[in-house]
Design a binder for this molecule. Sequence first.
Ligand code: ATR
Length: 271
Amino acid sequence: MVHKKTAVIGDPIDHSLSPKIHNHWIKQLGIDSHDYQKINVKKEIFTREVDRLIKDGYSGLNVTVPLKEDAYKYCDRTSNVARALKAVNTLIVREDGVYGENTDPTGFQNSITKRNLNTQRCLVLGAGGSARAVVYALKQMKCEIGIFNRTKKKAEALCGDLDVEATILTESLLNKFVGSASLVVNTTSLGQKKGEENNLINFNNLKLSTHVYDLIYNPSKTTFLQHAEKRGCTAQNGLEMLVNQAAQSFKIWHNKTPVIDENLMQILRAK
Ligand code: ATR
């Protein structure tokens, strides 16, 4: 029996929680596998490094910032989702070549559906890589979507590339949309630095029934989520999306469905 070798690659990678998640499940399910590793890979030498890892026996790799587009180009074949996003977060090494999948949209969707939220009218802040995964999922969920981004052109490009009919919001229209949204998702990097303010929306405009989601999970409660809670809204950080996208990668590699247990969530929250 060949023990599977899996890892996450990115730059920086030290902060990654993926090894904690995957190694928890490897143990939980008694999988014949080496410990899941984290490996720093520089963008400039992506192809050479991934070639080397595959030669070294790695058969599954998660890919994180800033390498997801490089991973997409590297693959011999890709899934529909990966092609839509032109980004890959999961590499599967098979005998006939390398297959690329993107589990981010499902990760986001599962993190929402498990909470049974009202997703009728959704506001997405940002138009970068993670916004694409979120908007792709919201389109599958048939939500009405509004997008606000500092650079409006990028929001337009996102809608064109994903073939999504969304309202692209200007600053003057944004807070009207805020007042009617059932879900607000921050996908921008604002708030990643501890204490950094994200004042893109007027929190007083939020309905109290609105669910506010920030994809950032470190810090665990951004000022964005703090403002939302102060307003009386429910709030969620990006940890559940992280775990749910990991669960799908794990299932693809090991053909077993892992359990997202409270014990695992506690381990991750304690980080
Ligand atoms: P990711 O892969 O995490 O989505 P990204 O593709 O670099 O990262 O996207 C970052 C997002 O955060 C973008 O929407 C960016 O807005 P621009 O498209 O205008 O650059 C947004 N963002 C970053 N810093 C911001 C700031 N100070 N104010 C508003 N938006 C910001």
